[in-house]
Each structure stands twice: as C-alpha cells, then as structure tokens.
Design a protein around this ligand. Structure first.
Ligand SMILES: NC(=O)c1ccc[n+]([C@@H]2O[C@H](COP(=O)([O-])OP(=O)(O)OC[C@H]3O[C@@H](n4cnc5c(N)ncnc54)[C@H](OP(=O)(O)O)[C@@H]3O)[C@@H](O)[C@H]2O)c1
Length: 353
C-alpha cells in the first residue's frame, strides 16, 4: 500500500510544525501540502520555523506554504491535520469533511458535537466508531478531534483510576506552558518572571471534555461520565510541558502501592494494534520527590517516534480517602499534533480511511 497523502492546516503555527515533524518520515502518511493564511503564502518552511528542538530534513525545509483553501486541500489529500484557530475551524473543517476529507483536528470547535469523537486511542478507542454516524458528511469525510492540551495530560491516569476504582471527584490545578498559547502567544513582558492565573475558556473545557472522553459511546450516543471535575488553570513561564496537580477521590480506597501499580501498569486499550506513534508505556510513574518536571520529562516516551507522547506521573500520595498526584505531558506533541497523528493511525487500523 502506498502512503496516504495528507495536508497540514496551520503549518506556520506551534501545532502545525509539530505535525510536520511527526509526518516528514511517517510510515503510513506523506506530506501532500502545507497550508496557512495568505500572510504566509509562498514562504518556505525554513523562513517560518517555530519548532527549535527538532532538526527538519532539508527537503521538508524547502516545502512552501500555500494559502488555505478547502478546494486545494481536498485535491489529492485524504487527510487534513488541522492546527488552525478554533474560530475558523468550525466552518473550514466541516466543509473539508463535506468534500470527503478525513479531518483530524486540534481545534476546539467540534469537540463537543454529539457525533464527533474526542479521542485518545489509549483511553477511549471505541469512540472512533462515531465517525460512521456522521451522516452529515456524505462523501467519506469525517471529523475526529483531540482534547485540549491540559485535558489530554490527565486523561490516561484518570482512565486508569476510573476503570479500577471508580472516580467520584477530581480537582486539578494546572501549570501550563507558554507554547500552549500558540505563537507568539503570551507577550514576553506578561510571561517572564510571572504566573497568570487565567486562561480563557480552559477551565470550562477541562471540566466538560474529560467527562465525554471517559464516558461511553453506545447506540450512536455519547454517554458522559458522572464524576465531579473542578479545574483551576494558570500559565507559567515554561516553554513546553503542562504540569498538573490533582486531588482524586474514588468509590474504592485502594492501598497506595496498588494505586501506583495500577497507574504504571496501564497499557491503554489498543488491543495489540501497533500504532507507530503510540508510546510503549502511556503512563510513566516516577518515584523521585522532585519529578515530573517539564525540563526533564516533557519529551518522555519510547520508541523515538513516540518521544513526547507519554504522560509522566509522580508524587503519588494518600491522605485518608483522597489521593494526590502530579501529571506532566507535552502540550504540542501528546496534547496537540501527536494526539491527532495517533488518532489517524487508529482510524487506519480500524479501516476507516
Ligand atoms: N499550542 C497548543 O499547545 C495546542 C494544544 C492543543 C490544541 N491547540 C489548538 O490548535 C490550534 C492551533 O494552535 P497553535 O498553538 O498552533 O496556534 P498558532 O501557533 O497561533 O498557529 C495558528 C496557525 O493558524 C494559521 N491561521 C491563522 N489564521 C488563518 C487563516 N485565516 N487562514 C489560514 N490559516 C490561518 C496561522 O497561519 P499564519 O502564520 O499564516 O497566520 C498558523 O499557521 C488552535 O485551535 C489551538 O486551540 C493548541
């Protein structure tokens, strides 16, 4: 089978360039076009580089950005990986799906639609079958979304705890990296030496998206999970990697060692599917008192294709019926482009492409 041609939407942005990084030597997909606004039209990728911790191949750096039009994207590309602003994603992504394109999106606009999966393959792979019920797109197109970057980091540990002990209550406080605000993002004079205890819309997203993801998909409907979820979100002067502290209460109160084993033994629900961008261990539990840290753990994940795709958990403690822990994940890889790429790998494995 030849490789599937894919387009990257928002190719000059933080997420778009992580897509390019993950796709330039992908075993199943090949870059068919890079798209952004007309401001970027005709520029080479090398002229607009934002990702500085990856060495792009010379031929990738020579690729030129084109103005995003749905007609151009749909011409020859089966997949669109979307890293465009939510305001424009609603219409653009729906039109692309109408034209027969499979859209894997990072934007927030379609996440809570009743027929669109909000997907993490290790957590809720069965939700992908919802694309079969997207009857509004008649030409083989569909939309799959990933959660916002902060929800993505807590979803695997919460899934592991929920299925073993039954979540009742979760309170999360975030320490979110600057790259989560896109490029150029937060003004430097606001960010350096500072913490901003507000990220517009983020707490509401965290409090709803996790309930959809940890819920079920049955008879064409998403049935939301019912536990109480509270979020406080802050932006901190870190480049990549969202650190999140959680307090959790569950129906059962396991011994601390059992709970730690449940987290570290979580394999995800991929049933032997070998997805190239899936980490061997979706959750890595650290026992040191000073981990996880963005500087040390943001790029956790093996094999090398899954670098930045594992969630690192640490400081797991018990206080009577409550458990306290930290989780860290890479917001533009696991929480962004990597999440969409692995979703597309699952769609291919499930013969939906
Ligand atoms: N950053 C994260 O950690 C993260 C994580 C999960 C989800 N997301 C979501 O992913 C999306 C992209 O985020 P980002 O952080 O990559 O943002 P970003 O760095 O600001 O990039 C935005 C991209 O969208 C393009 N764009 C803007 N207006 C456009 C238009 N009218 N037509 C075509 N392209 C246009 C930009 O192109 P120009 O350069 O030409 O303007 C740029 O390529 C957003 O929906 C965001 O909410 C971000």
């Amino acid at each position: 089978m030849g490789k599937i041609s894919v387009a990257v939407l928002g190719a000059t942005g933080m997420i778009g360039q992580r897509f390019i990084q993950l796709l330039e030597d992908h075993p199943y997909f090949e870059l068919g076009g890079l798209y952004a606004s007309e401001r970027s039209d005709g520029k080479k990728l090398s002229d607009v580089l934002k990702v500085r911790d990856h060495r792009f191949q010379d031929e990738t750096l020579e690729m030129r950005i084109e103005t995003l039009t749905n007609k151009a994207v749909a011409n020859g590309n089966r997949i669109a990986f979307s890293g465009i602003p939510s305001e424009m994603a609603k219409e653009t992504e729906a039109e692309l799906a109408d034209l027969g394109v499979a859209v894997f999106s990072n934007a927030g606009s379609h996440r809570m639609r009743p027929d669109v999966p909000l997907l993490i393959p290790e957590v809720n792979p069965e939700h992908i079958m919802a694309v079969r019920d997207q009857s509004t797109f008649p030409n083989g197109g569909f939309i799959v979304t990933n959660a916002n970057c902060s929800t993505t980091g807590i979803a695997p540990p919460l899934k592991a705890l929920d299925e073993s002990y039954g979540l009742q209550f979760v309170s999360v406080s975030t320490y979110q990296a600057l790259s989560g605000a896109g490029y150029p993002g937060v003004p430097s004079l606001d960010a350096v030496g500072n913490v901003i205890p507000y990220i517009g819309g983020e707490e509401e997203k965290m409090e709803t998206e996790i309930l959809k993801m940890l819920g079920e998909y049955q008879n064409g409907k998403f049935i939301y999970s019912q536990f109480t979820m509270l979020a406080n979100c802050a932006r901190v002067p870190v480049i990549d990697g969202h650190l999140e502290s959680m307090v959790v209460k569950m129906r059962e109160a396991p011994e601390l060692d059992d709970l730690i084993e449940t987290l570290s033994g979580f394999k995800g629900h991929l049933q032997g599917l070998k997805l190239p961008t899936a980490p061997e261990r979706p959750i890595i539990v650290r026992s040191e008192n000073n981990r996880p840290q963005p500087a040390l753990d943001a790029f956790a994940g093996e094999p090398s294709r899954a670098r930045g795709m594992a969630v690192t958990v640490g400081r797991v403690r018990r206080n009577e019926d409550y458990y306290k822990l930290f989780a860290l994940s890479h917001n533009t890889l696991r929480g962004g482009a990597g999440g969409s790429v692995i979703n597309a790998e699952l769609a291919l494995a499930k013969k939906l492409l």
